[in-house]
Design a protein around this ligand. Structure first.
Ligand SMILES: *Cc1c(COP(=O)(O)O)cnc(C)c1O
Length: 372
């Protein structure tokens, strides 16, 4: 039997403390969750602004369900492009100050579609070592030569660019706000190097969207998700009208899949509107981030809501996560291959919904835990 390797493989994963299971959440309001009837503060969601649970977002999603139905019914190029897709794409282009935008079913699929359609085996794609896994998968799919520079190392990037003249096209891709470390890529420097060496640039704003205004003006391709701070589902790409027209014609993950459900579009539209009208929500998140950094000097402070507490060892990380869980706080252990080997961590994320007391509670538990 070809699948007979599975039990052994699973055992191996378990023995390396890398086995993953799903925790089933019975109930959530964005701030707290219920697991097995017990309530926990959730400090590991990407629902940074609590918009997945915002009454106005839910109301608009329900209205779209009533108007258009549960699903879009077809792929975008067949009969799946609803008025609400068009509306969302126009709003996203405005939001990112670009000529045009295109939405995909997920952020993962946006990365796959862009990179694999723009590049082929004559090209090279140059990426930061800590870029998201969907970027790495996209690069492989493209067949372009993959070259990796160490995290935010501009000298290493320049070295690669210098020796990459032989490739027909060169594309530099980076997360703008890094998902597991919460730090920012030096975008103006990357744009400068790209210009000098005649390369194109793409950023992944999955975590920055709605949270942090990045210095993205010199970047050619801006990708983001509707699934994190915007509280919905879906990915998007913003750029020139030519770029977006090209993607509509060539991106496989746009063409060969059913269009984003109308309720998801409506939820994202409502979230964008709320962010535009109430800058106070983002300010709450920032205040919470400042409060936690002021309490925990051992955490790097990045002004982002992502706080990596790097413990290194997998087993230790699981233990710390369990200790927090026993004290009413949910923060999963993040282990390889999500992060590099020896870099297992708790990735603590804050939301605008957390109260001052919630953060003080988290901080005091972490202070007990971490020896000076
Ligand atoms: C989450 C994430 C994605 C994928 O987005 P989804 O909409 O969840 O598929 C892509 N890139 C980065 C950096 C991410 O963190």
């Amino acid at each position: 039997m070809i699948l007979s390797f599975l039990p052994k493989e699973l055992q191996k994963i378990e023995q390396s403390n890398l086995y993953r299971t799903l925790k089933v959440i019975e109930n959530t309001d964005g701030r707290a969750i219920k697991i097995n009837g017990k309530e926990y503060l959730n400090f590991c969601s990407n629902n940074y602004l609590g918009l997945a649970n915002h009454p106005e977002v839910i109301k608009k999603a329900k209205a779209a369900l009533d108007k258009y139905g549960a699903g879009a019914g077809a792929s975008r190029l067949v009969s799946g492009t609803l008025k609400i897709h068009r509306e969302l794409e126009e709003k996203l282009a405005q939001f990112k100050k670009r000529e045009a935008a295109i939405v995909f079913s997920t952020g993962y699929m946006a990365n796959l579609g862009v990179i694999s359609s723009l590049l082929d085996e004559n090209d090279t794609v140059i990426i930061d070592r800590l870029n998201h896994a969907s970027i790495v998968d996209a690069c492989r799919l493209s067949k372009a030569k993959l070259q990796i520079y160490s995290h935010c190392d501009m000298e290493a990037l320049e070295k690669i660019l210098k020796r990459s003249e032989k490739y027909k096209k060169r594309l530099i891709v980076t997360d703008s706000l890094f998902s597991m470390d919460g730090d920012l890529a030096p975008l103006p420097k990357i744009a400068g190097l790209a210009k000098k060496y005649n390369a194109a640039t793409m950023i992944d704003e999955a975590h920055a969207t709605g949270v942090i205004e990045t210095e993205s003006s010199g970047i050619d391709v801006v990708m983001g998700t509707l699934s994190k701070a915007l509280g919905s589902l879906g990915g998007f790409v913003c750029g020139s009208a030519d770029l977006i027209n090209f993607l509509r014609n060539k991106a496989g993950s746009f063409i060969y899949t059913t269009a984003l459900p109308p309720a998801s579009c409506a939820a994202a539209l409502a979230a964008l509107e709320i962010i535009g009208k109430n800058p106070g929500i983002v300010e709450n998140l920032r205040m919470n981030s400042r409060l936690l950094s002021s309490r925990l000097s051992f955490l790097a402070s990045h002004l982002s809501p992502i706080f990596p507490l790097i413990l290194g060892d997998e087993k230790k990380t699981i233990e710390v996560s369990r200790f927090l869980f026993n004290n009413g706080i949910y923060a999963t252990a993040i282990r390889p291959p999500t992060v590099p080997k020896g870099q297992s961590r708790l990735r603590i994320t804050l939301t605008a919904l957390h109260t001052k007391e919630d953060i003080e509670c988290l901080a005091s538990l972490l202070q007990q835990l971490i020896p000076k």
